[in-house]
Design a protein around this ligand. Structure first.
Ligand SMILES: [Zn+2]
Length: 506
């Protein structure tokens, strides 16, 4: 006979499923049996829960306790089930009314002293609970802000197991968390800080408008990182759905910045080239964590000194970037994360990376070619824009050009261009020029032949591959969208070609 029941949520990636926790007690040798595919951490949870119950002043039933977690087919990972287990055991033991926890979804880890500790993944868990029709969740006090992002759910923050016992027994109810207004997002670096580098500034604008992957080369100090960091500020602010998606990923990753419960700006992730595959894509033992690629969902993944990344690591990125999601399989189960990120690669022109430019370079032509060849292959093939940045010379710096445009000005142009592209592509279920498959591009949105003449000559001379020609056309469309033209003209094609050939010529 089931004596008590409550609810929690299991996560696979950012997908949550409500888990029913049932506790049955019977006479017999005292002990705890846990059924329903619990992982090692959940099994340890029984010991934590027992200590927390005892240290809260309640007694642990000296009976045979069977705890069932269902659906049994779903793997249960992590420590977030502690609070639900404790509530169900106390309800079954009669410490609190038997049905007291039945209507609740409980999330949280217990400390041995009975404190309720914050856990990762509360936002996707509460979203899953809401979708399953539950309307009240108990969460660790530290996760209340995040949980309260979900509309239509009462969030009861609990600081200790004692608080929960008081609530369930009716002695003192937990007060629902009332969320204040969301703080405005932190300011992002502004394009107005980048002096000179007209080509680089143009490249990030085009990348933002068309969603194109971008490859920046140039000597150290040319501003590659500065430009990449400013790309998210040119992208539209995330809508509510996208913001919740991104926030859910960072919740599971444990990278939500304190005081900013909702990530409403496109994220920027820049893993170091020594990062492991797991750090870059996702993995880990036990609960599967999203890597930098997934944390950059709806934002920018920046790989500085890209040739220093192991080639196998870079090639791993290709398929997820194409599909917009990555599935990571471990013995404990599989998790799928969305990863619709924009890629920015940066590279020095050669391994010696002389800031003074080619004049001071000590590399042989062979060494330079080898260094650049490290990046050839399937990943580079996906990149529409390649821009070679010159060193910022003292003369250019002192020449005192017009003050550079601020991000807000450029972002407004980007927004208009994106709107034009969406209006054209929306019927095909696409939003950005970079998303248009080659065949569809040639069939439905070919650049008019006269405008394409320059690119066709490049094709004939072998400077451009057929796929390269597709990329030139995609970028030409973005340039036309930015310029307010209905179709690309010859100048758009020439500029797009310039953004394609610069590296090939090197
Ligand atoms: Zn060199």
């Amino acid at each position: 006979m089931t004596l008590a029941r409550t609810w929690s949520v299991g996560l696979a990636g950012v997908a949550g499923a409500v888990v029913e926790v049932e506790v049955d007690m019977s006479a017999g040798v005292p002990g705890v049996v846990l059924v329903g595919l619990p992982d090692a951490v959940v099994r340890q949870s029984v010991d934590r829960v027992r200590a927390a119950v005892v240290n809260t002043g309640a007694s642990w039933p000296m009976r045979r306790i069977t705890i069932g977690l269902s659906p049994a087919s779903m793997p249960k990972q992590g420590s977030g089930f502690d609070l639900a287990l404790a509530a169900a055991v106390l309800a079954a033991a009669g410490t609190v009314p038997a049905d007291a926890a039945d209507g609740l979804v409980l999330l949280g880890e217990l400390g041995l002293d009975g404190s309720v500790r914050a856990v990762r993944g509360v936002l996707p868990a509460v979203l899953a609970a809401a979708q399953a029709g539950h309307d009240t969740v108990v969460v660790p006090a530290g996760n209340a802000e995040e949980a309260a992002l979900v509309a239509g759910v009462a969030v009861l923050p609990a600081a200790t197991l004692g608080d929960l016992v008081d609530h369930l027994s009716g002695r003192a109810r937990l007060a629902p968390y009332v969320r204040g207004p969301l703080p405005s997002p932190a300011p992002v670096p502004d394009l107005g800080d980048v002096v000179g580098q007209a080509a680089g500034r143009r490249a990030v604008e085009v990348a933002a408008a068309g969603g194109h992957h971008l490859f920046l080369t140039g000597p150290p100090g040319a501003g590659k990182t500065m430009l990449a960091e400013r790309l998210p500020g040119l992208l539209p602010v995330l809508d509510e759905h996208a913001a919740l998606e991104v926030t859910a990923i960072h919740s599971v990753a444990g990278t939500l910045p304190p005081g900013a419960p909702l990530l409403s700006r496109p994220p920027f992730e820049s893993p170091h080239h020594s990062a492991t595959m797991a750090a870059l894509v996702g993995g880990g033992s036990g609960v599967i964590r999203p890597g930098a690629l997934c944390r950059a969902h709806h934002g920018v993944l920046f790989l500085d000194e890209a040739p220093e990344f192991p080639r196998a690591t870079l090639d791993t990125l290709r398929q997820p970037l194409e599909r917009g999601e990555v599935t990571i399989a471990r013995a404990s189960g599989a998790a799928t994360f969305p990863c619709r990120a924009q890629l920015v690669l940066a590279a020095n022109p050669c391994p010696c990376a002389s800031a003074a430019g080619d004049a001071a370079c000590t590399c042989s032509p062979l060494e330079r070619r080898r260094y650049q060849a490290r990046l050839s292959g399937p990943l580079l093939d996906r990149i529409d824009l390649r821009v070679d940045l010159p060193a910022v010379t003292r003369a250019a710096w002192l020449a005192g050009q017009d003050p550079p445009e601020a991000s807000a000005v450029v972002a407004a142009r980007v927004a208009d261009a994106r709107q034009a592209a969406a209006a054209r592509l929306g019927g095909a279920g696409l939003a950005l020029n970079s998303q248009v498959p080659g065949r569809l591009l040639r069939e439905r949105w070919p650049v008019p032949r006269p405008a394409l003449a320059l690119a066709e000559r490049a094709l004939e001379r072998g400077l451009l591959s057929v796929r390269g020609l597709d990329r030139v056309q995609r970028v030409a469309w973005t340039l036309a969208d930015l310029g307010g033209r209905a179709v690309p003209d010859g100048e758009d094609v020439a500029e797009a070609l310039g953004m394609r050939l610069q590296r090939v010529a090197a």
